[in-house]
Design a protein around this ligand. Structure first.
Ligand SMILES: NC(=O)c1ccc[n+]([C@@H]2O[C@H](COP(=O)([O-])OP(=O)(O)OC[C@H]3O[C@@H](n4cnc5c(N)ncnc54)[C@H](O)[C@@H]3O)[C@@H](O)[C@H]2O)c1
Ligand SMILES: O=C(O)C[C@H](O)C(=O)O
Length: 308
């Protein structure tokens, strides 16, 4: 199993590290445009192999896509991150050009690959890959919901005073400060609805804290987060590589599902060796449907800025 990660910055390197530590892939290629940067990150990570006990071979490349040839899965993290006070949508001007050229170079060398898009604004970048390449929709996956759901579970556990492993929950919708739809109605503590333990007011606070999870970290760090994003990507990569058939909320092209069409947005999907093997169309409440359609309108507005 060969995996390429484009962008050897904070998220790309974290993602490569988690993939290696989980030890399910034979090879990870890190590629970056900055001379020597990916090679340096790859060497540093390889020097953790004997310490962390993995056999995955990590190599680096400066813009040489021939080294990525025949990758089974390619992850795109190249592009600029936001600074405090910015929205993800403001990154579109620079990141759209990067994502378009990177996806085309990747597919030229790995025509059968599955692409996971991470660069922001992620739902729009996923749509861009859909519109500008010939890849079938089940092989274009946007990562956002897996991260947002992990943050939701972190906030739920905090509010419940429970261990995170006792908590389950999912965030669908657009990966943006306003567009996320944390499904509080379906969140549970060991199968018991969380509403049995905390007030509606506290649950609402959990929801709001989850939606601004990325902005909160960007304010603290001066740039956006990387550990949880890297771990979330590695979870999707592992589900595909190991044909796990696990459900994750991912950004995918919708064609009528959830009453939405011609956009990529986060919904639950089954991930396996073929990429997105099924879109799980769950019944939403009226309030959730309305949040989802507002979220879709936001994503579509950003998609409208693309020069297609
Ligand atoms: N979808 C998500 O949940 C999520 C989570 C975290 C970050 N992100 C996004 O991921 C992106 C990367 O974030 P980061 O913190 O790793 O940034 P970073 O600046 O640390 O790394 C980005 C890397 O991309 C490289 N790069 C730029 N143009 C390139 C090109 N044409 N080809 C190859 N490499 C190129 C840069 O040299 C840099 O090393 C940002 O857009 C950020 O907003 C998304
Ligand atoms: O917040 C960001 O800009 C990066 C990423 O989308 C995140 O949610 O951490």
């Amino acid at each position: 199993m060969k995996i390429t990660v484009v962008g050897a910055g904070a998220v790309g390197a974290s993602c490569a590290e988690y993939i290696a530590i989980k030890d399910f892939a034979s090879e990870v290629v890190l590629l970056d445009i900055k001379e020597g940067y990916a090679e340096g990150k790859a060497m540093d990570l390889m020097q953790t192999a004997s310490l962390n006990g993995f056999d995955t071979k990590i190599t680096g490349s400066t813009s040489d896509y021939s080294k990525t040839a025949n990758s089974d899965i390619c992850v795109i993290t190249s592009g600029i991150p936001r600074k405090p006070g910015m929205t993800r949508e403001e990154l579109i001007g620079i990141n759209a050009g990067i994502v378009k050229s990177v996806s085309s170079s990747l597919i030229e060398h790995s025509p059968n690959t599955i692409i996971i898009v991470v660069s922001n604004p992620m739902d729009t970048m996923t749509y861009l890959v859909h519109k500008t390449t010939d890849l079938p929709k089940h092989r274009i996956i946007g990562m956002g919901g897996a991260l947002d759901s992990a943050r939701f579970k972190y906030r739920l556990a905090e509010a419940l005073g429970a261990p995170i492993s006792d908590v389950d929950g999912m965030v669908i919708g657009g990966h943006s400060d306003k567009g996320m739809v944390p499904l509080t109605r379906l969140a549970t503590r060991n199968s018991v609805p969380v509403s049995a333990f905390i007030s509606d007011e506290r649950l609402n606070q959990v929801k709001e804290d989850t939606k601004v999870g990325g902005a909160t970290l960007t304010k603290l760090l001066g740039t956006s987060a990387w550990y949880a994003p890297g771990a979330a990507v590695s979870g999707l990569v592992q589900a595909i590589a190991c044909d796990q058939k696990k459900i994750f909320p991912c950004s995918t092209y919708l064609d009528g599902e959830y009453g939405l069409s011609d956009l990529c947005i986060g919904v639950p999907v089954v991930l396996g060796r073929n990429g997105i093997e099924k879109i799980v169309d769950i019944e939403l409440s009226d309030a959730e449907k309305s949040h989802m359609s507002e979220s879709a309108a936001g994503v579509q507005k950003t998609n409208g800025l693309l020069e297609l």
